[in-house]
Design a protein around this ligand. Sequence first.
Ligand SMILES: Cc1ncc(COP(=O)(O)O)c(C=O)c1O
Length: 373
Amino acid sequence: MTTDNKTYDAPAHVTAIAPYQAGKPIEELAREFGLDPARIVKLASNENPLGIPESARQAMLKVAGGLGRYPDPNGFDLKSALSQRYNLPLEWLTLGNGSNDILELVALALLDEGTSAVYAQHSFAVYRLATQARGARHIMVPARDYGHDLDAMLAAIESDTRVVFIANPNNPTGTFQPAARIEAFLEQVQARHGNHVVVVLDEAYNEYLDPELRFDSTMWVKRFPNLVVSRTFSKAYGLAGLRVGFAAAQPGLTDILNRVRQPFNVNSLAQAAAIAALADMDFQARSYQVNREGKAQLCKAFDALGLKYVPSYGNFVLVRVGDAARINLELLKRGVIVRPVTGDGLPEFLRVSIGLPEENETFIAALKQILQS
Ligand SMILES: Cc1ncc(COP(=O)(O)O)c(C=O)c1O
């Protein structure tokens, strides 16, 4: 006998959750459409098209023999490397099983029934999921020009609000808020709400910013005790499959996150690979460059096809194609996986991760064929 989820006494706020829609795996598409997996192009999950850095591969091989033991629960070596890079003491750092884990830790530690979290429309789906899983209320603030409306978000904070999530750059729209605006927002939240409201500044795509736009947000945690800066090794560092990210926050807040963290949340391979990737400046520079050129390639093609897109600061572009469900299906038939974003309230758009030049070209050629047929 099999059962459905109504047979169990899960709380209503759990059964109400619409599960996260991940990008379709290559093998799944190959099975569904009888395609050769080697010819499939996946531009759906904002992964690094360069794959993992060779330095990280070598670092994993070195520690593979020790996998019979649990990983270091406190991630001393990785935290030490991060501490040097960001000039923060170890007690200000939290490691996560991907930065997704950091978002969950914040929700687990600070949200509960009777509290709320604020986030922007068309921002990262996990903010809603993590909030709902705690039985907390979510306050979704309408986007402005597909990005965060920080004034409206400030005004939306209520007396029971404990967390505000900000993605910068934002996924899936690719928008970016400059340093001065974020800083002003942090000043106002701290002035009005003190440490009652924690701001999570989720910077998963930070390393893709052009040098003139970059700013050292990790230094802000010294000024703002209610700030958590979250970063990941999944994107520019090329380690998405290993699941490793980190947060910077003041020791008191870090201590609270640590209380709800699984003891061995970051595995040994991930810790070793992240240390190597962090030191691999050459790989980071190549990731940035490939992304910059791929973005120009995609945007040029969209311009030529007369398609509107949201200028992107990440490693993906949100493009308006009209009947996105149909075009997505046609792309799948041609072995190209991109990301529909109807669940993010953007039914006319597709989100395309930036790939290698030849992958981008395969996508562009397929899209052109579909639009012109
Ligand atoms: C804005 C944002 N934050 C966090 C994440 C989580 O990434 P990870 O858990 O791989 O670090 C993603 C992944 O796509 C993202 O887009």
